[in-house]
Design a protein around this ligand. Structure first.
Ligand code: NAD
Ligand code: MG
Length: 384
């Protein structure tokens, strides 16, 4: 039996993870499931999987969670300290699928007992990649990517010499507003930006796909996972979302990873690695598809990409500032306070402001430095 925990169990990635685990109940011993507002779902899954512990991030919902778990023997807890305590319970495999920088500390704590951290929470890599990887090394833990592009790169690299990599190409669907005229983008509503042609995901990452802040985060993620310099990472638009990434080697060979747009592939790959097991995902029918299209993203439509390249080149605390500013700008857009096209200029202004104050340079980042930068960057984005 493998001991597993799922952080962010009630979200899109969490539910897909539960779908896979629930298909083989005899193989997994579920330790902790965590969620936030959706306590009914959290309790139902904890019962179904026989979890030891269910934690909601929202302290006000603890009585509701306790009621829903009454008589089951499943522990109920709430709040940040409870999330951290849940991460301290030893597991062989832990899914990090909380959305946002809130996933950083539980992920760092889960790494302390070795085992595998399946990392969907890309924000933790963007804001503290070197810290997270150092923690994994210090404890003999393994971080496996649960982002379709990075799982694809990991698979395309396989046993090849990492030193022979010339370029990594990640694909982007272009999001829900890809074909809109540029001059209409400023009017995009939260609903329009929050609907995706190919992927069924949480609201925040769906809007980030439309603005390509998601792809910008993924450029940084690529750098943190694979050590690729900014000039060696490319994002291309591929509307079908069938090719997830390609690795180009020094001899000119391009190894591509293709698959249906279903996150259960990347989740299942990380769950079963180094084995490959049957997964309930659609198979790609190449002749039914007929053709695959690729094009270069327009920097005027997707300014987030250039911001990310500057973050990679500068390093230090720029990732922490970028992630926090992006989260704050997204909050402002969702709250109706700024337009869709105001998000990138807001993030850029925050980065420039902190750069001028000399706040972003650091040879070695610590958790306190990351959390401080996160707080300051959010405040500055809300009140420039
Ligand atoms: P989601 O919004 O569907 O779910 C988020 C989860 O985090 C929920 O369980 C929610 O209860 C919990 N949560 C929210 N705020 C929290 C807080 N402050 N503290 C603790 N828990 C909190 O999001 P998602 O789409 O499942 O994405 C989860 C993560 O996976 C994100 O980092 C996202 O970028 C990444 N990711 C998602 C996809 C996808 O297909 N959905 C693909 C690649 C990467
Ligand atoms: Mg992705």
């Amino acid at each position: 039996m493998r001991r597993v925990s799922i952080f962010g169990a009630t979200g899109s990635i969490g539910q897909n993870t539960i779908d896979l685990i629930a298909r083989a109940p005899d193989e997994y011993d579920v330790v902790a499931l965590t969620g936030a507002s959706n306590v009914a779902q959290l309790a139902a899954d904890a019962r179904r999987l026989g979890a030891e512990l269910a934690v909601t991030a929202d302290e006000a919902r603890l009585p509701e969670l306790r009621d829903a778990l009454a008589g089951t023997g499943i522990e109920a807890a709430a709040g940040q300290a409870a999330l951290e305590e849940a991460a301290d319970r030893p597991t062989d495999w832990c899914m990090s699928a909380i959305v946002g920088a809130a996933g950083l500390v539980p992920g760092l704590r889960a790494l302390r007992h070795g085992g595998t951290l399946a990392l969907a929470n890309k924000e933790s890599l963007v804001c503290a990649g070197p810290l997270l990887m150092a923690e994994a090394r210090a404890h003999g833990a393994r971080v496996l990517p649960v982002d379709s592009e990075h799982s694809a790169v990991f698979q395309a690299l396989a046993d090849n010499d990492p030193g022979a990599v010339e370029k990594i190409v990640i694909t982007a669907s272009g999001g829900g507003l890809r074909d809109w005229p540029l001059d209409r983008l400023a009017q995009a509503t939260v609903e329009e930006a929050g609907s995706h042609p190919n992927w069924d995901m949480g609201q925040r990452i769906t809007i980030d796909s439309a603005s390509m802040f998601n792809k910008a985060m993924e450029l940084i993620e690529t750098h943190e996972y694979f050590g690729t310099p900014p000039g060696g990472i490319e994002a291309v638009i591929h509307p079908q979302s069938i090719v997830h990434a390609l690795v180009q080697f020094r001899d000119g060979a391009l190894m591509a990873h293709l698959g249906a747009p279903d996150m259960r592939h990347a989740i299942g790959f990380a769950l079963h690695w180094p084995e490959r097991r049957d997964l309930p995902v659609d198979r790609v029918d190449l002749t039914a598809l007929g053709s695959l299209e690729f094009s270069a993203p327009d920097p005027a439509r997707y300014p987030a990409l250039d911001l990310a390249r500057a973050v990679i080149a500068g390093g230090g605390l720029r990732g922490a500032a970028f992630n926090a500013a992006k989260e704050a700008a997204l909050d402002l857009f969702i709250g109706g306070e700024i337009a869709f096209t105001d998000m990138a200029p807001r993030v850029e202004a925050t980065l420039n402001g902190l750069e001028r104050r000399g706040c972003l340079d650091a040879d070695r980042i610590t958790l306190d430095m990351v959390l401080d930068t996160d707080r300051v960057a959010r405040a500055l984005t809300h009140a420039p």
